[in-house]
Design a protein around this ligand. Sequence first.
Ligand SMILES: *Cc1c(COP(=O)(O)O)cnc(C)c1O
Length: 451
Amino acid sequence: MDQTKYLLSESDMPRQWYNIVADLPVPPAPVLHPGTGQPIGPADLAPLFPMALILQEVSSDRYIPIPEEVLAIYRLWRPTPLFRAHALERALETPAKIFYKYEGVSPAGSHKPNTAVAQVYYNKQEGVKRIATETGAGQWGSALAFACSLFGLEAKIYMVKASYYQKPYRRSLMEVWGGSVTPSPSTETNAGRSVLAQDPDSPGSLGIAISEAVEDAASREDTKYSLGSVLNHVLMHQTIIGEEALKQLEMADAYPDVVIGCAGGGSNFAGIAFPFVREKLTAGKPTRIIAVEPAAAPSLTRGTYAYDFGDTVGMTPLVKMHTLGHQFVPDPIHAGGLRYHGMAPLVSLLYEQGIIEARAYTQNPCFAAAVQFARTEGIVPAPESSHAIRAAIDEALAAKEAGERRTILFNLSGHGHFDLAAYDAYLGGKLEDFDYPPERVAAALAGLPKV
Ligand SMILES: *Cc1c(COP(=O)(O)O)cnc(C)c1O
C-alpha cells in the first residue's frame, strides 16, 4: 500500500511567503478611506499596523522572506504533515485519491499561528507593547495570545459575547497564554457603548468586536491592531501551507486536480490554494480550486462584490470584496470562524475572475462528513474545517460516479477539541440548518456605503 503520511524535514521548510498579487491578471482594487472615499496610502494605516506589515499589505513582490526568528517559532510545529486519507477513500469506495494537510498540530490547534507569530514579530520589531484584536469563537484570540506570550507583548482580546459564554475553555486558553479577554460589545469603547445603547442584550458579532479593537488601538500610543484573516498580508503568511503541500505531493508523486479549503475570511483557503493558483496562472495547470463556506454566511456565493467596511460600525477602510453587508449578524452556527460578513479581497477577486469556484453547505451535512472523517482517519476536525471535508467527500463521490481517478487535496485547518458541544448537538439530532434568507440579500445591498 502507498504511504499514509508525508513529512518534510525542517531544512526543506519554505523560507519565503508567496504574494499572489505579483501574478494576478488584474490589479487589486484600491483600499479607500472610510471618510473621504479616496484611495489610502501607507501613512493612513500607520496608527493601526506596524510599517513592515503595511508594506507587505501593498507589496507586489512575488516572494517575501520569512524572518529567521519567525522560522524558529514555526519549527515548534512546522512543517505540518500531509496525509493520504486511505481509510476514508476505502469507506467511500472511491477511485479518487484524497490528501489533506493538517494544520491542527500548532499549539493553538489551527492554522492561525502562522500569521499571529509573524504579526507579533513585526510589531515587536517596531517597539509596540500591546496588541488589540477581536475573536469570534476564540481561535484567533488564542493564536494571538500564544504569539504575544512568546514575544512578551500584551494581548487585549475583544471576544464576541455569545462565544465568551458558550466557549469558556477558549477564554481559558487565551488567559493561560496571558491574554486579557473582554466580552464584546463592552462598555470600554465608544463603539461597544453605542451598540449596547441600542440593544443592551446584543450577543455581539465579529464586526462589532473589530470596531472595538480598532478603536482601542487607534486611541492608544502603545497599541496596534491585528486581524486574523481577510487582509493581504495575513493571506500571504498562510501560503507556507500550500508551499509545503506542493513539496509533499511531489514526495507522493501526485498533483491535485482539485484543491479545497473552507473560507470564513479566506486565510486558510488562501494558504492552501494560492501556491496552486500560481501554478494554474503561470504554468497552465488545470486545477479546480474550491472555497467552501457555510450556507448561513455565504459571502462568496450569495454576497455582492462591492466596497464595504470590514467592521460593523464603519471605522475601517473600505475594501472591495464579496459582502453580505457590514451590519450582517449571522445565525448562530457552530463554525464560529466562518461567521464573517465579508471575504478577503484577494479571494473575492479570484472568484470574480472565474479562477476559483465556491460552494456553500448547511451545518448538518458538514458534521456528518466530520464524523465520517473522525471514524476513518481518526482526527476530530474543527467545525470550520468540516466544510472542506464535506466538499472533498462530495468530489470523491462524484469521481466514483464518473469512474474517474481524481486527486483531491484539502486543508484540515484545525482540530475540534474545543468544539465537542457542537458534536454533542449534532449527535443528539439538535443541530439546526440555517439558510441565508433572500430578503437579507436586499437588506445588505441597501446598507452598503456609497462610493
Ligand atoms: C478561523 C478559522 C477558520 C476560518 O478563517 P479563515 O481566515 O477563513 O481561514 C477556519 N478554520 C479554523 C480551524 C479556524 O480557526
